[in-house]
Design a protein around this ligand. Structure first.
Ligand SMILES: Nc1ncnc2c1ncn2[C@@H]1O[C@H](COP(=O)(O)OP(=O)(O)OP(=O)(O)O)[C@@H](O)[C@H]1O
Length: 238
């Protein structure tokens, strides 16, 4: 992905060949400006790369027009953001059902049962008629996770999902993402700066200057991830 042209061109990501495994929990780490958000936007079909090809599940999204990409995003991708991005005037259940609403669909009986299971597992069953403003940050993020999981997307993209949470709520949210992956088979890619967050993933991919420079298939805890990041940051500054 190149922004700009000529001397001012920025190669935000280069020669990235990356697969987010189905049913896996992948963390994407890297120093500031290393291309994490750009890569995430490309994987989500929010940006079209200058060169290269992208698939979500078995569907190639390269070359789709905006309208087709919007449909792919709605049906195949779930998003969890640092700032929660819930609709303040809607209650918890309305927020969770929003992807169906936007797609002009109603959940069928099986989907409704799945959504009820989800809200129960995420500890939201007693809060369904509350609005986001009446919930803690951790609870709001759990609503966002329920919304992302509701349509069983091919991929959940989480961008610094714990950036606005205290450490206990952060741990709960990460445990729930891990549960979604291990028990519900959900594929997740999470961008984070936080080695403790990345330690919940079963695979860590490191970016530096737009290139994947390292992959840990079984990361050995937050301290090892922090050391790897430190090396990358020193390398980037050098
Ligand atoms: N729309 C844009 N136009 C021009 N350059 C851009 C644009 N978006 C990103 N870049 C550049 O591409 C590079 C990668 O940016 P990106 O936001 O993907 O990094 P990041 O790893 O997500 O950073 P951070 O952790 O600070 O959010 C940076 O050098 C950035 O300045």
């Amino acid at each position: 992905m190149t922004y700009g042209t000529g001397e001012g061109a920025v190669h935000a990501v280069r020669s990235v060949d990356l697969e987010i495994p189905r049913g896996g929990f992948t963390a994407v780490m890297g120093p500031s400006g290393s291309g994490k958000s750009t890569l995430m936007h490309i994987m989500a079909g929010l940006e079209t790369p200058t060169r290269g090809r992208v698939w979500i599940g078995d569907r190639e999204i390269t070359g789709l027009d905006d309208e087709a990409l919007t449909v792919v995003r709605r049906r195949r991708v779930g998003f969890v953001f640092q700032a929660f991005n819930l609709m303040p005037a809607m209650d918890v259940m309305e927020n969770v059902l929003l992807p169906f609403e936007l797609d002009g669909r109603r959940p069928d009986a099986e989907q409704q049962a799945w959504i009820e299971e989800l809200v129960a597992r995420l500890g939201l069953a007693g809060r369904l008629r509350h609005r986001p403003g009446e919930l803690s940050g951790g609870q709001q993020q759990r609503v966002a996770i329920a919304r992302a999981l509701a349509g069983r997307p091919d991929l959940i993209l989480a961008d610094e999902p714990t950036g606005n949470l205290d450490s206990r709520s952060a741990r709960e949210v990460l445990e729930l993402l891990g549960m979604a992956c291990r028990e519900l088979g959900q594929s997740i890619a999470m961008v984070t700066h936080d080695p403790r967050a990345a330690a919940h993933a079963d695979r860590v991919v490191y970016l530096a200057d737009g290139v994947v420079v390292r992959r840990d298939e079984a990361p050995a805890g937050a301290d090892a991830i922090a050391s790897a990041m430190l090396l990358l940051e020193e390398g980037t500054r050098a």
